[in-house]
Design a protein around this ligand. Structure first.
Ligand code: KG4
Ligand code: ZN
Length: 348
């Protein structure tokens, strides 16, 4: 079964074609990072307009690269939420129109399910059940995953997401957008033990996270550096970046290990943009090796938003018999800017 997938929930337009038997056939991506950088964050209206500009050329590109004609396709998948309403509507509207024109079923996909299943696009894939650490710009969740559509929330952030903690700390330090990769780059020259920053909720006894206090600690530290006239000192800045990264990574790693202990599982899967963080990858790899377990990541270029994870999530749901291919195509194209992942789970 051949599925074309569309992602447009935030600042990346992604289109991909996946085959339920042969895996990913082609994927194309346009990132709006350069456009939003000027504003220090995503401007929703600009994001929507840019998705409109990109979606048709990207669709042509993947069809050509995969050697597939629209008539060869069996279904159309798209991110229906969560995300920015206007941005989602572009992908949903285009996908639904494409499906209607080709007389194909349209499959709405939950963006986080796309991230969650993206490690299954790697060459070396984890087997179920596993614990998933979902760390993106908008979400930080630990989940027990027993199969496609079988997700149980173990813990989540009570305030900022891990990606937000990276982005906001980076902004406080005057770094560019998106802050995660920028802060991580600066951190390479710093000493992670230089500033004593809090590790929030490390011993809270549950699997929830909180990152807003960390942001305040970074602000306080920045102000102290300003008062000392050292806020432009490269070494002091690198030390603060390294200490911030270490604080975020320590909490993510510790809570992931607690989740493995609680569930008795030894396989951890990390997904979402923050999964690209080198320090997080190395720390988890070392910790899991020590436990006799294993940690899996999506291919590096598929950690942040992309169409491949949407096409692949639809393919896996189709393989598991979880999509209604006979649903009427004229069902409208409502999107869900806020959408609980539990809504796409198989009833227990
Ligand atoms: O999954 P994603 O592309 O978008 C959402 O669905 O939110 O994640 C984007 C987030 C941003 O907060 C970005 O700063 C963070 O992932 N990120 C990183 C790195 N690469 C991306 N954070 C830390 N280190 C990185 N290397
Ligand atoms: Zn995402």
């Amino acid at each position: 079964m051949l599925i074309i997938g569309f992602e447009s929930s935030c600042d990346e337009t992604g289109v991909a074609i996946a085959c339920t038997e042969r895996g990913l056939l082609a994927h194309a991506l346009h990132s709006q990072i350069a456009m939003h950088r000027e504003y220090g964050g995503v401007v929703p209206e600009l994001a929507s307009r840019d998705h409109i500009r990109r979606i048709v050329p990207l669709t042509r590109q993947v069809l050509q690269e995969a050697g597939v004609r629209p008539a060869d396709l069996d279904a159309v998948a798209y991110t229906a939420g969560p995300g920015l309403a206007g941005a989602l509507l572009v992908g949903a509207g285009f996908a639904r129109a494409f499906a209607w024109a080709q007389d194909l079923p349209a499959i709405p996909i939950h963006h986080l399910e796309g991230h969650l299943l993206s490690p299954l696009l790697a060459d070396d894939v984890p087997s179920f059940p596993f614990v998933a650490l979902l760390v993106s710009g908008g979400h930080t969740q630990l989940m027990r995953v027993d199969g496609v559509g079988r997700y149980q929330l173990l813990g989540e952030t009570l305030d900022d997401a891990a990606g937000e903690a990276f982005d906001k700390s980076a902004k406080l330090m005057g770094l560019g957008y998106p802050g995660g990769p920028e802060l991580s780059r600066l951190a390479q020259q710093g000493d992670p033990r230089a500033c004593a920053l809090p590790r929030p909720m490390l011993h809270s006894g549950d699997l929830d996270f909180s990152f807003s206090g960390l942001k305040t600690a970074v602000l306080t530290r920045m102000r102290a550096l300003q008062a000392e006239g050292r806020d432009a000192d490269p070494a002091a800045r690198a030390d603060l970046a390294a200490s911030t990264e270490a604080a975020i990574v320590d909490v993510l790693a510790a809570k992931s290990l607690q989740a493995l202990r609680r569930t008795g599982l030894k396989t951890l899967v990390v997904a979402g943009g923050v999964g690209a963080n080198r320090h997080l990858r190395e720390q988890l790899q070392a910790a899991l090796a020590g436990l006799g377990g294993r940690v899996y990541f999506p291919p590096l270029h598929l950690c942040t938003d992309n169409g491949a994870m949407i096409a692949w999530a639809a393919a896996l749901r189709a393989r598991a018999g979880l999509v209604d291919l006979a649903a009427p195509q004229d069902a409208g194209f409502a999107v869900r800017p806020r959408w609980d992942l539990q809504d796409v789970c198989v009833p227990a």
